[in-house]
Design a protein around this ligand. Structure first.
Ligand SMILES: N[C@@H](CCC(=O)N[C@@H](CS)C(=O)NCC(=O)O)C(=O)O
Length: 205
């Protein structure tokens, strides 16, 4: 078995979290290398694209969280073998990358500038992507996005909606997801209650 080392920020969210859950579901041991921002700044020049996550496989680094999701998802039985279902899964993964690119520029803002940017985001792209994701969930049957079961698409969306509902993002109302897309709240609860996901978080305690 190769040595897997996943380097990401030290919080239970973001682009690294679905990968950590999938490793646990796969039953594959991995080195969970969690960094704070100072540690990241010291090592960022050594990463391929000056960003995280980075998965090292026997010391060879690989980047791009969705590519890593597919790789680990395959090993965990969380990535569809059927090409059409894989397409549905990928669509959800990539949509959330788009959404992240709208959210990230607001991180450096403060005060009124932050409030205005976040309000625009909430009424604009965040609403567009949440509603779109709910549509994709309905296309998949309403419970899961693809393959009639848990896939990486569900794990990534679970991490995103949990974050949006947590209050961690100033000026993003914690009831936004519930108001706009109640199906995504039910989905978050469904995924969070999946025994495989429950077992992962139990292993973190
Ligand atoms: N497309 C890349 C994006 C990676 C990315 O932007 N990662 C963020 C953290 S989630 C990062 O390292 N940001 C550091 C920075 O912007 O300084 C992926 O999906 O892995």
């Amino acid at each position: 078995m190769p040595h897997y080392k996943l380097t990401y920020f030290d919080f239970d969210g973001g682009r690294g979290e679905p990968i950590r859950i999938a490793f646990h579901v796969a039953g594959i041991a991995f080195e969970d290398n969690r960094l704070n921002f100072e540690q990241f700044n010291q090592m960022r020049q050594g990463t391929t694209f000056s960003s995280l996550p980075v998965l090292e496989i026997d010391g060879v680094p690989v980047t791009q969280s969705n590519a890593i999701c597919r790789f680990v998802g395959n090993m965990a039985g969380l990535y569809p073998a059927d090409a059409m279902q894989a397409l549905y899964c990928d669509e959800v993964l990539e949509a959330q990358e788009d959404l992240a690119h709208y959210i990230v520029p607001t991180f450096g803002l403060r005060g009124d500038e932050l409030r205005l940017a976040r309000e625009k985001l909430v009424d604009g792209w965040m609403s567009v992507y949440l509603k779109g994701l709910e549509q994709l969930l309905l296309r998949g049957g309403g419970h899961y996005f693809a393959n009639n079961g848990l896939t990486m698409a569900d794990l990534k969306t679970f991490v995103t909606t949990r974050w949006l509902r947590s209050g961690a993002l100033d000026h993003v109302p914690t009831d936004l997801v519930q108001r706009l897309t109640p199906g995504l709240v039910e989905h978050q609860e469904r995924v969070g209650g999946d025994p495989r996901v429950v077992a992962y978080y139990a292993s973190r305690r």
